[in-house]
Design a protein around this ligand. Structure first.
Ligand code: ARG
Length: 463
């Protein structure tokens, strides 16, 4: 008999020579897919039970497989599992260990399955749980933002367009904008989880399997609510992973925008907020520095998540059906994304509640640079002037005030009336609270609207 690949390779039968050491190293996925050991054990147990139930293997042997798999799981849990890089991946490692414990019976586990439907099953199980973890972490950040908004419900700040001071807004209104973004992220993670929620196992390598298997029973046991209906699609579909990474990308986009605002607002130029010591970093040369490194790193790592999305999409775009080894790289992209996302959501939730706002400087900045100009135009509109005309009048008024080097509040009524007779007696007295209160249409920054939104989110997030 010719020598075949020794050392326990599951596919060595048809080869005369050992694989090159470089090939073993290059194809190895164990360091990455080890993370799915719980899913691998659970799916294997469900498969073994089904084989016994369907009399594909004797019941007693199925029970032995289940007990053996549980024992292997305990070994991994306790850090006692003898991981073997020469066995490629998590699937082969667990199966080889099982056979070592049970002898020939271990070899029956792989009846009616392939690593192709196995790995797809493991990753889907993992992805469903990852979506739940992402949702929990995003909700925690929502709560932190809501706490911060509630604690600063009277703080006013300039709202910006083009990063130019535009109109005053409540800080709480601004923070709730991020709560809204995160809510859309939650929906996307939920939908990625739904996509993952279909069982590939039972599809075999690509064409289905010639045994009387019970896929529905396996699905039920593993918590899948439906089956993948086409075996070719089942082993080659990674859309759910793309959806997760896409949802994570958008979520990171939102965090990155918040990060950018934290960087800006904590600068001396803005001076709106102070980072807590515990979330600030210093400089090795400039003793006075207090740097927002956490926010900057979140902004920086967002690019890595986008990179994972690009990477997986590119992996998929050229693949003929069905399984191709390229698909092994899906996990690297998926896990790296999950790690960055969860770490970032978690540290932001911790940091955000510790931010302190400088109420004075926010209030002062909110009316500087003629930020109430639109309100003056609206005031003239209320007196019957068409908005376009009112805009022009106030434009001229701004020009005049700038030349005088005065804010609106230091102009006299007479000066106002040079531009329009319609300005009321108390025009110079218009203030930021009037401006906020006026924006009371749904969705606006009026304190009563914001208060209602705070109550709504509190109810929702406490539920
Ligand atoms: N480690 C492989 C992966 O992650 C498992 C499937 C291997 N299948 C195969 N036909 N080589 O994709």
């Amino acid at each position: 008999m010719a020598t075949t690949k020794g050392g326990g390779k599951t596919w060595g039968g048809r080869f005369r020579q050992q694989t090159h050491a470089l090939v073993d190293a290059y194809t190895l996925s164990l360091p990455v897919d080890r993370r799915m050991w719980r899913e691998e054990i659970a799916a294997s147990i469900a498969h073994a039970r089904m084989l016994g139930r369907q009399r594909i293997i004797p019941r007693g042997e199925a029970n032995a497989l289940v007990r053996g798999l549980r024992a292997v799981g305990r070994e991994i849990e306790q850090g006692k599992f003898p991981w073997r890089d020469d066995l490629e991946d998590i699937h082969t490692n667990i199966e080889a260990r099982l056979s070592r414990k049970l002898g020939a019976v271990g070899g029956k586990l792989h009846t009616a399955r392939s690593r192709n439907d196995q790995v797809a099953t493991d990753l889907r199980l993992y992805a469903m749980a990852a979506c739940d973890r992402a949702m929990a972490a995003a909700t925690t950040l929502q709560r932190a933002l809501l706490d911060l908004a509630e604690a600063n419900r009277r703080v006013v700040m300039p709202g910006y367009t083009h990063l130019q001071r535009a109109q005053p807004v409540l800080l709480a209104h601004h923070l709730l904008a991020y709560v809204e973004m995160l809510d859309r992220d939650l929906q996307r993670f939920a939908s990625a989880g739904d996509e993952a929620d279909a069982l590939p196992l039972g599809s075999g390598a690509l064409a289905g399997v010639p045994y009387p298997i019970d896929r529905a029973g396996v699905a039920r046991e593993l918590g899948f609510s439906r089956l993948c209906e086409n075996s070719l699609d089942a082993v080659s579909d990674r859309d759910f992973a793309v959806s997760f990474i896409a949802a994570a990308s958008l979520c990171m986009t939102h965090i990155s925008r918040l990060a950018e605002e934290i960087v800006l607002w904590s600068s001396a130029e803005f001076g709106f907020l102070k980072l807590p010591d515990a979330f600030s970093t210093g400089s090795s040369i400039m003793p006075q520095k207090r740097n927002p490194d956490v926010a900057e790193l979140a902004r920086g790592r967002t690019g890595q998540v986008y990179g994972s999305l690009q990477s997986l999409l590119t992996t998929l775009k050229g693949l003929p059906l069905a399984y191709n080894r390229d698909l092994q790289e899906d996990k690297r992209a998926f896990f790296a994304t999950e790690d960055t996302l969860l770490e970032t959501l978690t540290i932001f939730a911790a940091m955000v509640t510790e931010l302190t706002f400088d109420e004075e400087s926010g209030r002062a900045a909110s009316t500087a640079n003629y930020a109430l100009a639109t309100d003056y135009a609206d005031l003239l509109v209320r007196e019957g002037l068409p908005f376009r005309k009112a805009h022009e009048v106030v434009g001229k008024l701004v020009q005049y005030a700038e030349e005088q080097g005065k804010p609106f509040s230091e102009l006299t009524v007479q000066e106002f009336r040079r531009f329009s007779k319609l300005f009321p007696d108390d025009a110079p007295g218009l203030n930021v609270d009037d401006a906020l209160r006026a924006r009371s249409a749904p969705g606006g920054t009026a304190p009563r609207r914001v208060a209602a939104q705070l109550r709504k989110w509190r109810r929702k997030l406490d539920a």
